[in-house]
Ligand binder design. Structure first.
Ligand code: HEM
Length: 279
C-alpha cells in the first residue's frame, strides 16, 4: 500500500495496482539490500562492503558516461562530451569524499575482519581498470583481472584495442588542422601513449591562441579537471590506506602504500599538463 497526496495537504493511502510500481520494486531494493554479506560479523565490515559496492556502482555510471563521451568526440560533438566529462568529474569528487567516511575506521576496526578478505583487493577492480584504460593510462594493461570471467576479459580487450579518450583528443587536434605526427594518429592502442613534440606544439598553440581555438581550449581544461579529480581520489585512497594499515603489504600482494604512491605518477593526458611549463 502507498499513499497519494490530493493537493489539499491530506494524504490518503493508495493501493498498489499491477500498473503502479512501488519505490522498492522499481529499485529492486530487496535484492540490493541483501547482498551486503558479512564474514565474521565484525561491526565495520558493513561499512567496508558498502563503500566498495557504492564505489563500483559509481564506476558503472562513469564508464557509461565515458563511452558516450568517446563517441561524441569521435563525431566532433564536443558540447555533448563536455557534459559527460563534467559529470564524471563530479562523481569522482563524490567518490573522493567517501574517504572521509572510511577514515573513521581505525586499524583495530579493520584488523577485526581483514583476514576474511584473503587476497581480494581493489587492485582487482576491473571497472576501475577499464576507466583508467578508457582515459588513457594503459600502464597496467598487462594486468588481467577476472580471467575466470571471459566476458570481462573480452570487454577489457575491446577497450584496449580502441583509442583512449586522450588518443581521441589527439585525433581531434589532427582533424582541426594541427600537424600531428602520424605515429600518434595510428598506433597499437593497447600500448602506453608516449609523448610527442607535435602534440605538445598543438596544445601549446591552442592555449596561446585560446580565443581562436576556444572549444579545444575548453576541452583541454575539462581533461585537466578530470585528471585532477582522478589524482585526488588516488591521493586520498593512499592516505586513508596509510592511516589504516601503515606500511604493511596489501591484500592484493603489492607493497601497499609505496605502490599506491607510485600510482600517483601515472598520467592520463601528458602534454596537456606539460605545456603549462612552456607557456
Ligand atoms: C580499509 C580500506 C582499504 C585498504 C586498506 C586498501 C588497501 C589497498 C592496497 C594496499 C592497495 C594496493 C594493492 C594491494 O596490494 O592490495 C589497494 C588498491 C586499490 N584499492 Fe584499496 N584499500 C581500501 C579501500 C578501498 C576502497 C573503498 C576502494 C574503492 C573501490 C578501493 C579501491 C582500490 C583500487 C581501485 C585499487 C587499485 C589501485 C591501483 O592499482 O592503482 N580501495 N588498496
Amino acid at each position: 500500500m502507498t499513499e497519494a497526496d490530493h493537493g489539499d495537504g491530506a494524504i490518503t493511502p493508495k493501493l498498489d495496482t499491477e500498473k503502479s510500481r512501488a519505490y522498492g520494486d522499481f529499485l529492486r531494493l530487496d535484492e540490493l539490500l541483501n547482498i551486503q554479506h558479512r564474514f565474521n560479523g565484525a561491526h565495520d565490515e558493513l561499512l567496508f562492503v558498502v563503500i566498495h559496492q557504492t564505489s563500483e556502482l559509481w564506476f558503472k555510471v562513469i564508464l557509461h558516461e565515458a563511452r558516450a563521451a568517446l563517441q561524441d568526440i569521435r563525431q566532433d560533438n564536443l558540447r555533448g562530451a563536455f557534459k559527460m566529462i563534467a559529470r564524471i568529474t563530479r562523481i569522482q569528487a563524490q567518490l573522493s569524499q567517501a574517504w572521509d567516511v572510511l577514515g573513521t575506521m581505525t586499524p583495530n576496526d579493520y584488523l577485526a575482519f581483514r583476514d576474511e578478505l584473503g587476497d581480494s583487493s581493489g587492485f582487482q577492480s576491473y571497472q576501475y581498470r577499464m576507466f583508467e584504460f578508457m582515459l588513457g593510462d594503459r600502464q597496467a594493461a598487462g594486468f588481467a583481472p577476472q580471467q575466470h570471467h571471459p566476458h570481462i576479459a573480452e570487454e577489457i580487450r575491446q577497450i584496449l584495442a580502441a583509442p583512449s579518450l586522450y588518443d581521441e583528443a589527439v585525433a581531434l587536434l589532427g582533424r582541426n588542422g594541427f600537424a600531428i605526427d602520424p605515429s600518434r594518429l595510428d598506433r597499437d592502442w593497447s600500448k602506453r601513449y608516449q609523448r610527442h613534440p607535435s602534440v605538445h606544439a598543438a596544445w601549446e598553440k591552442v592555449y596561446r591562441e585560446n580565443k581562436r581555438y576556444w572549444e579545444l581550449y575548453e576541452f583541454a581544461e575539462k581533461l585537466a579537471d578530470l585528471e585532477d579529480a582522478f589524482q585526488s581520489w588516488r591521493f586520498r585512497h593512499m592516505r586513508t590506506v596509510q592511516r589504516i594499515i601503515g606500511d604493511k603489504r596489501g591484500t592484493g600482494g603489492s607493497s601497499g602504500v609505496s605502490y599506491l604512491k607510485r600510482a600517483l605518477d601515472r598520467e592520463f593526458f601528458p602534454e596537456i599538463l606539460d605545456i603549462r611549463s612552456t607557456l
